[in-house]
Each structure stands twice: as structure tokens, then as C-alpha cells.
Design a protein around this ligand. Structure first.
Ligand code: A2P
Length: 278
């Protein structure tokens, strides 16, 4: 009698035992690239599951096996919906339950993702307009990294303004990298041209553009710097992503200008979402 043939599926019992146990019903994806910006910020790219659909601007639950347990946090998907890979922009918290581990990932490692994306920073939640303002602080730029690379954004809006405010200049680098990637991209560069404006400011270092975005809106400096008129609910739409305090203060200024808050089931003039802390 012949011995059974060894096939590619054959896995020695020792090798199977050393594989991390992946929970049922979640995607297990492979890290493709990691880029560290500062001691507190990094981005990574990973494979995209074949059946995974999302709308640019949405977030997903991302996780890692820590010991024998999965730990998940909400992460905005920073890549656009057409991208074959998924990108995320994260803070590093030294004792953060997830980010203390996530910051150590390397190409080839496995990252978990729950199957259902969600979120309110989507084009469908806004009524038609001419100009789209994206107000972000810190890692709150992530959903906008997705939307500014989606051609649909430019089908719906003539002009897009991305504001990004951080404490320090080094924290702005991801935004500058995105702008360069778009300029150099074979289709996006031409499609977008000068319709996307980037307005980076810092609050705790010397820089040509300084101050909280809320102060720059109130003083009107934001609009004079950009050569644009003040907010007008007839033509301007907005999305906000940052800390809870930043959301509250920016929302008040939008409401003062006459814009109303919308949602997926009730589109209006602006939408907000907390920048999730890993
Ligand atoms: P500031 O340095 O004046 O606090 P954080 O890391 O605390 O989330 O802050 C990120 C950026 O958001 C910082 O530049 C910070 O400015 C700014 N910021 C914090 N709170 C608010 C707020 N309530 N409104 C507008 N900007 C804010």
C-alpha cells in the first residue's frame, strides 16, 4: 500500500500549534508597509479582504491578538474606497491597550478587522454644495485622507479645503505627504489640480500658519488666507474630525454661520465624528 501523498495543505502539527488563533467572523489581514512620523504618530498599509466594501470616510474596528484575546479600536480608513489596500493613521500611546502593541507591527504581521465599516463622514450625509471644508486636528485627518483621494468628492464639489491643526510642525507631515501623493498620482493629480487646498496650522511652535482653527475661523483669517468668502450655508458644506472639545467648538461656529448638522439618514450642511484614540 502506498503512503498518502504530501500535499500543499499538509501542515505539521507543531506548525499549526504555533499559529495565532484568529477569532471567528473577522478578517485577518497582512501588514504591507509601516511608516513612523513622530514618537506619537505612524501610518500602516495592509491587504484588503476581497469582499470588504466601504464608503470613503468611514471607520472600521481594527485589532490585534494580545495574548489569547483580541483587542479592537475604531480606526478611520485613510485610503479611498477604490484602493486595493487599506491604510490607517494612528497615534502611539505608550500604555494604550491596542496602540502600545500596534505601533510595533511590521510587514508580514497579521492585523484583525471586524467586517462592518460605519461612520457619518460620508458624502451621502451632505446636501449638494459648491465647496467642502474638512476641519481636522491630529489623527482626525484620517477620514479626510480617504475622501481627498476619492474622485467622487470632486464630482460633488468644485472646491475642497482640508484644514489640519496640530500642536507641532512634525505632526503635519502626513498631510503634506498626502498632498504630494495626489499631485504625483497619474489620474488624481490631473483630476484634482488646484481644486484641493491644504491649510495646515500649528498651535505650540513657530510656523507661518499658527493657531487653533476655531480662532482662525472666528477672526476670519482662514478665509482671507485662502482668498475665500466667509462660510455661506447656500454653498459651503463641512465635515469635522478631532477631539471632543474641538468638535464642540467647531460645530458651534458652523451653526453660527447658519449651517445645520446632518446624518446618513438626514443629509444636511455639515457632519462630525470624533477622532478615535487608539
Ligand atoms: P492647542 O495646542 O491650543 O491645545 P490635541 O492633541 O489636544 O487633540 O490637540 C490637537 C490640536 O487641536 C492642537 O493644535 C490643539 O490646540 C487643537 N485643539 C484642542 N482643543 C481644541 C478646541 N477646543 N478647538 C479647536 N482646536 C483645539
Amino acid at each position: 500500500m502506498n503512503a498518502p501523498a504530501k500535499t500543499d495543505e499538509f501542515v505539521a502539527p507543531e506548525a499549526a500549534a504555533s499559529k495565532p488563533a484568529i477569532p471567528d467572523g473577522v478578517y485577518a489581514e497582512t501588514v504591507l508597509a509601516v511608516e513612523h512620523y513622530t514618537d506619537h504618530l505612524f501610518r500602516f498599509r495592509m491587504t484588503r479582504p476581497a469582499g470588504f466594501r466601504f464608503r470613503s470616510g468611514e471607520f472600521a474596528m481594527i485589532g490585534l491578538m494580545v495574548g489569547d484575546k483580541p483587542i479592537y479600536r475604531a480606526y478611520s480608513i485613510a485610503s479611498p474606497s477604490w484602493d486595493e489596500e487599506l491604510e490607517f493613521f494612528s497615534i502611539k500611546v505608550p500604555d494604550g491597550p491596542l496602540t502600545s502593541h500596534l505601533q510595533k507591527i511590521k510587514p508580514g504581521d497579521t492585523v484583525l478587522m471586524r467586517k462592518k465599516p460605519t461612520g457619518t463622514l460620508v458624502l451621502d450625509a451632505l446636501t449638494p454644495g459648491k465647496r467642502l471644508y474638512m476641519f481636522s486636528t491630529g489623527t482626525g485627518i484620517a477620514p479626510f485622507a480617504s475622501l481627498i483621494r476619492d474622485p467622487e468628492t470632486y464630482e460633488k464639489f468644485e472646491e475642497v479645503i482640508l484644514t489640519h491643526t496640530c500642536r507641532e510642525v512634525a505632526e503635519l507631515k502626513y498631510g503634506f505627504d498626502l498632498m504630494e501623493e495626489i499631485r504625483e498620482h497619474e489620474f488624481l493629480g490631473e483630476l484634482i489640480g488646484d481644486r484641493l487646498k491644504h491649510y495646515p496650522t500649528v498651535t505650540r511652535e513657530e510656523y507661518p500658519f499658527q493657531g487653533r482653527i476655531t480662532d482662525l475661523m472666528e477672526s476670519g483669517k482662514l478665509y482671507t488666507d485662502l482668498g475665500l468668502p466667509p462660510l455661506d450655508p447656500a454653498v459651503d458644506r463641512a465635515m469635522i474630525c478631532g477631539s471632543t472639545a474641538m468638535l464642540k467648538d467647531t460645530k458651534l461656529l458652523l451653526e453660527k454661520a447658519g449651517l445645520t448638522e446632518g446624518a446618513n439618514n438626514k443629509p444636511a450642511e455639515f457632519v462630525i465624528e470624533r477622532a478615535f484614540v487608539g
